[in-house]
Design a protein around this ligand. Sequence first.
Ligand code: BES
Ligand code: MN
Ligand code: MN
Length: 463
Amino acid sequence: MKSTLSYIQKNKKRFLEELFALIRIPSISADPAYAGEMQKAAEKVEMLLQESGCTHTQIYATAGYPVVYGSCLVDPKLPTVLVYGHYDVQPPDPLDLWDNDPFDPIVKKIKTHPEGAIFARGACDDKGQFFMHLKALEVMLKTDGLPCNVKFMIEGEEEVGSDNLEAFVREHTDLLSNDVILISDTGMLANDTPSITTGLRGLSYMEVEVTGPNRDLHSGLYGGAVANPINILTQMIASLHDKNNHVTIPGFYDKVEVLENADRKEIEKIPFSLSAYKAALDIEDIHGEEGYSTLERKSIRPTLDVNGIWGGYTGEGAKTVIPSKAFAKISMRLVPNQDWKKISQLFADHFKAIAPKSVKVKVTEHHGGQGYVMPTSGVEFQAASQAYEKTFGKPPIAVRDGGSIPIVALFEETLGSKTVLMGFGLDSDAIHSPNEHFGVFNFLKGIETIPEFHKAFANLKKG
Ligand code: BES
Ligand code: MN
Ligand code: MN
């Protein structure tokens, strides 16, 4: 323990510099213009894996962006931990809302991070977080040695739905075989309140196109007499929730698990301040499904949200027009047991069914994935719990998160192993937003806690 801490202290400046070099590569998976940078980032990750002590590394081409693999296998009798992460990042825009260049990281002290935070796209999601595992490997190799075998699979398409990862995992089950999967790509409650993510929501992401007349029309000559696809689309969208904010799609809630009162009581115990929540977002009031608390609404309940809507004239000044088309991107966060493909189908059927004859509707499916819950009774959770207790001095709280990492459910299906989500980000770290950041404290605490997980897991597996 002592030597781990002193190794981290001695090397933290270099750790940060290495991370910054990775962050400086703008690996934006959503934008084809950055394909070259994606390749550079994959090569950089491979180099960092080697420098951190992996004895074998390889970049695997896929139909999309490459998967980077690395391993340090010390003894076939020891358990194997597979670390997953992603080197791709979200687009940084809107650029003018950033206080620094999103791909030129700086460390700044802020209220939530008095020790300083790294400001850059990918600092928290997920470069800063998966890089902790590389440095944890280095720390273990340079101090007490490895208590387990370690494998890494770092992909480049998480932010765009991991379309090619399923095939990769199915084709490489031997290469990826493991006793547990470890991921740092989620959050924790607060720097003095450690938590382990025990659930993720699933996702179904759809796009709709509503067509009215076959061309844009003068809104004086035609207004009132033909369907305006924007008016229709917004009416249709509004009808997707009832007055209690339940989703109205028939069958949407069919598979949704009803939580026992005891489980809901556990959620109530999670430290959460509604007034601080409202203040941080500058909102007068919250909004959501009747009958559920804010914490429940954002973790154990499914939702439907419009992520984007466009059509008609949005340029300077005014233009009196009835557009021919209107569009929206609509996604649903799902809970375990809701099958995302089934939900996508229910959405498509319903959306077409509610369209008036005056318009034509096209519904397309983007990506999706299953939700996930992990038991707190297994060795996986216990090992993580012991690790946090060691480094934070208190046991972690189990929290189901609202975000999605679709590959996690697939890991369980294809590799038969549980995933432990040891995230060190804070909700306030602005992932996917301008001024994304990751606390230096969180980064170093992660590097300190991860080796403890490996030790505890190896120990629990032994006995
Ligand atoms: N790391 C996030 C997911 C996350 C963040 C889960 C915080 C829980 C807490 C991941 O990179 C992400 O953004 N996932 C996407 C889904 C994906 C299919 C685009 C999401 O949740 O929107
Ligand atoms: Mn992520
Ligand atoms: Mn993300």
